[in-house]
Ligand binder design. Structure first.
Ligand SMILES: Nc1ncnc2c1ncn2[C@@H]1O[C@H](COP(=O)(O)OP(=O)(O)OP(=O)(O)O)[C@@H](O)[C@H]1O
Length: 268
């Protein structure tokens, strides 16, 4: 059959879908110690949107994000990122997709202590043998308010400034998606708000796609959409929820979890 006449599978990535999971499962270990961290999750992430992933501890948030970002292999189902099926790539190709298409922001900043802010920001481009586009560099540096900090080493920067350098580093490769894992977890609330505002701006002003794992309903409320995980499954998919709606949704997740645990106890 020619590709022109082949019907698209129902959930195949479309031009506005930049990342997707189709019936994604991830099992750690095997036999009696196996843990089903993600259990049959299907989701599409649209270009230029901010998605938060919430849920109780151990519900599979990080595992889902790591699989979407190509940091972790799936056990079942498919993952697409920037038009490539990650689950079908060998390690070398997967590394290249991760390097070219993914930006990461971590709770602990992960900056190299001996490099300046500017060198840290440019490191992924240097490693890929790519030169920064001067206009884009200026735009990102200005958007993140880093122009007067470029020569400083991480130890000479506050936590919020270090996280801004990490966000700049993630944006400069023009990745298909920036994945942020508890990016405000190590920051005080005022600095956290500022960093969230910058991530939000990267979506609104620069058209970046961001996926962020967070425990914090206040942080998640800056997102366009919040996916709520519970026991490895997607239990809610909320459009621009308020912090109050998020508290209710995640309290529901905890309640479900507690009910399941009681059911297990009764059953055992
Ligand atoms: N490398 C691993 N080996 C074995 N089990 C793992 C591994 N990584 C995660 N798990 C298990 O998979 C489940 C989901 O973990 P995951 O870290 O994705 O949850 P989470 O929702 O991100 O939790 P938290 O909010 O505490 O970070 C948990 O039961 C966890 O113990």
């Amino acid at each position: 059959m020619s590709t022109a006449t082949r019907p698209a599978p129902p959930d195949a990535p479309t031009s506005t879908v930049v990342a997707s999971a189709l019936d994604l499962s991830k099992v750690y270990g095997s036999g009696s110690t196996a843990v089903r961290a993600v259990d049959g999750v299907s989701v599409n992430i649209h270009r230029g949107t901010f998605t938060a992933i919430m849920g109780p501890s151990g519900s599979g948030k990080s595992t889902l994000m790591h699989c979407l970002a190509g940091l972790d292999r799936t056990t079942g189902g498919k993952v697409f990122l920037a038009g490539q099926e990650l689950s079908a790539l060998d390690d070398r190709r997967l590394t290249r997709v991760r390097r070219d298409q993914v930006g990461f922001v971590f709770q602990s900043f992960n900056l190299l202590p001996t490099l300046t802010a500017r060198e840290n920001m440019l490191l992924p481009l240097d490693l890929a043998g790519r030169r920064p586009d001067p206009d884009h560099l200026r735009e990102v540096v200005d958007a993140l308010g880093l122009a007067d900090r470029l020569g400083h080493r991480p130890s000479e920067l506050s936590g919020g400034q270090q996280q801004r350098v990490a966000i700049a580093r993630a944006l400069l490769t023009r990745p298909a998606v920036v994945f942020a894992d508890e990016p405000t977890g190590a920051l005080d609330s005022a600095t956290a708000e500022e960093v969230l505002g910058l991530l939000r701006d990267s979506v609104t002003r620069l058209g970046q796609t961001v996926v962020m794992v967070t425990h914090d309903p206040q942080a998640a409320s800056v997102a366009d959409r919040v996916l709520v995980m519970g026991d490895g499954r997607l239990v809610d998919d909320l459009d621009r929820p308020t912090p109050e709606q998020l508290l209710a949704a995640t309290a529901g997740g905890r309640a479900r979890h507690a009910v399941d645990e009681r059911a297990d106890e009764v059953g055992s």
